[in-house]
Design a protein around this ligand. Structure first.
Ligand code: ATP
Length: 350
C-alpha cells in the first residue's frame, strides 16, 4: 500500500459556505467522509473529481499534481447519489460508455464489458434497459460503469441512499468484498454513522466545511477529540468534569458522581473537560458505583433496554443494557458504574 497516494489540501468558497480540507489517503484504502447534510461532503468529492475547481490549494494523486487536469483525464470513477445512468442505453451500453470515451478498440471494450457483467452478476441483463431495473441492480450497473475504465480512485456519493435498510446492508457487504478483491482506492460519502463505521478502514468526520477528526473507525468512536464527533458517531454521555493530577494518578471530579481515578488518562493539562462515556459502557450490575439516580425512562430495544437515569444533581445519563436487566422499573433507584478504561476526556474548547 502506497502511503499518501492522494494528498488533498484545498479551499473552496461559496457565498455563505467555505470548505477547507487537508487529507491524505493511502492506496487501496476504503475511506469515508461522514457528516451532517450541508457540511461539504459532495463539494469535496466534486473538487477531487475535477467537477469543481478549488479557489486555493493542490490535489496530488499517485505523485502527480492533478489540480488542473480535466475530469475525464484524472482516472477517477464517480458513482453519483442518483446513479445518473443513461436511460437511452442498455446495461452493457452504460458499462461500455467510459471505455468509448477512452477510445478503446471495440474488441477490448466487449471483453471488458463481459468481464464486468460477470463480476457484478449482471450477465443476463446486458441488453436490458435501465428503466426496468430494481434499485439494487441499478446500483450494481453504476458501480460496474464507474469501475470499467479501471480508475485509480473510485468516488461514491451516498450510493445506497435510495435503497431500503436490508438491501443497503447486503450491498454494503458486497461493495466491501469487491473493494478488497479488486484493491481499488475508494472514497465513500455518507451521512450515516453506522455505514461509515462498518465500511471504512479510515474515515473523516466533517462539520461546517471543516474536517473535525480523521482516524480508524475504532479510534474515532472510542477517542473522539470533539463533542460533535462523539455525538455524531453514536450516542454519548458528555459529563462536565474537572481534572486534577494527584501524585501519579489523574483525579476526575464529576458533576453528579463520585471522583474517578483514571490511571490510563491521556490528558496532559489539569482543568475542565467533558468525560465521554458511551451508553453501553455504563454498567448497572457493578460494585464500583459512580452515579446514583432514579430511572426516568425505560425503553425495550429487543436485544436489551435503553434507560435514562436522572441523578439527584440533575445529570441525565443514557444507558444501554442487556436483556438480563428485565426486572428494572421506572422510578427505581439505581447505582451505575463505568466499564474500566471506557471513559475518555474531551477538552472543552474556549
Ligand atoms: P448532503 O449530505 O445534503 O448532500 P453535503 O455535506 O454533501 O450535503 P454539499 O452539497 O457539499 O454538502 O454542500 C455544502 C454547502 O455548499 C451547502 O451549503 C451548499 O448550499 C453549498 N454549495 C454547494 N455547491 C454550491 C454551488 N455550486 N454554489 C453555491 N453554493 C454551493
Amino acid at each position: 500500500m502506497r502511503e499518501n497516494f492522494l494528498q488533498i489540501n484545498i479551499e473552496k468558497n461559496y457565498p455563505g459556505f467555505s470548505l477547507k480540507a487537508n487529507l491524505k489517503i493511502h492506496e487501496g484504502e476504503f475511506f469515508s467522509l461522514v457528516g451532517p447534510s450541508g457540511c461539504g461532503k459532495t463539494t469535496l468529492l466534486r473538487l477531487i473529481s475535477g467537477l469543481e475547481e478549488p479557489d486555493q490549494g493542490r490535489i496530488i494523486m499517485a505523485g502527480a499534481d492533478i489540480t488542473l487536469v480535466p475530469p475525464a483525464q484524472r482516472r477517477i470513477g464517480f458513482v453519483f447519489q442518483d446513479y445518473a445512468l443513461f436511460p437511452h442505453l442498455t446495461v452493457a451500453g452504460n458499462i461500455e460508455y467510459g471505455l468509448k470515451v477512452q477510445r478503446l478498440p471495440a474488441s477490448k471494450r466487449q471483453a471488458r464489458v463481459k468481464e464486468l457483467l460477470a463480476l457484478f452478476e449482471l450477465e443476463k441483463m446486458g441488453q436490458r434497459r435501465i428503466q426496468g431495473l430494481s434499485g439494487g441492480e441499478r446500483q450494481r450497473v453504476a458501480l460496474a460503469r464507474a469501475l470499467a475504465p479501471e480508475p485509480l480512485l473510485l468516488l461514491m456519493d451516498e450510493p445506497f441512499s435510495a435503497l431500503d435498510y436490508s438491501l443497503r446492508r447486503r450491498l454494503r457487504r458486497e461493495l466491501k468484498e469487491l473493494q478488497e478483491k479488486l484493491g481499488f482506492t475508494a472514497i465513500f460519502v455518507t451521512h450515516q454513522q453506522e455505514e461509515a463505521l462498518s465500511l471504512s478502514e479510515r474515515l473523516a468526520i466533517m462539520k461546517d466545511g471543516r474536517i473535525m477528526q480523521t482516524g480508524t473507525a475504532v479510534e474515532v468512536y472510542e477517542n473522539p477529540c470533539h463533542p460533535f464527533v462523539a455525538g455524531f458517531l453514536g450516542d454519548a454521555n458528555l459529563i462536565p468534569c474537572n481534572l486534577q493530577f494527584e501524585t501519579k494518578t489523574a483525579k476526575v471530579s464529576l458533576q453528579g458522581g463520585k471522583d474517578l481515578f483514571l490511571p490510563d488518562i491521556r490528558a496532559e493539562k489539569a482543568g475542565k473537560y467533558l468525560l465521554m462515556v458511551r451508553p453501553e459502557d455504563l454498567l448497572l450490575n457493578t460494585e464500583e458505583v459512580i452515579f446514583q439516580g432514579k430511572i426516568r425512562s425505560l425503553e425495550y430495544l429487543g436485544y436489551g433496554y435503553h434507560i435514562e437515569l436522572m441523578t439527584s444533581e440533575g445529570l441525565l445519563l443514557k444507558i444501554v443494557t442487556g436483556k438480563e436487566n428485565h426486572n428494572l422499573q421506572k422510578g427505581q433507584l439505581q447505582g451505575v458504574g463505568i466499564r474500566p478504561g471506557a471513559a475518555k476526556l474531551i477538552p472543552i474548547k474556549r
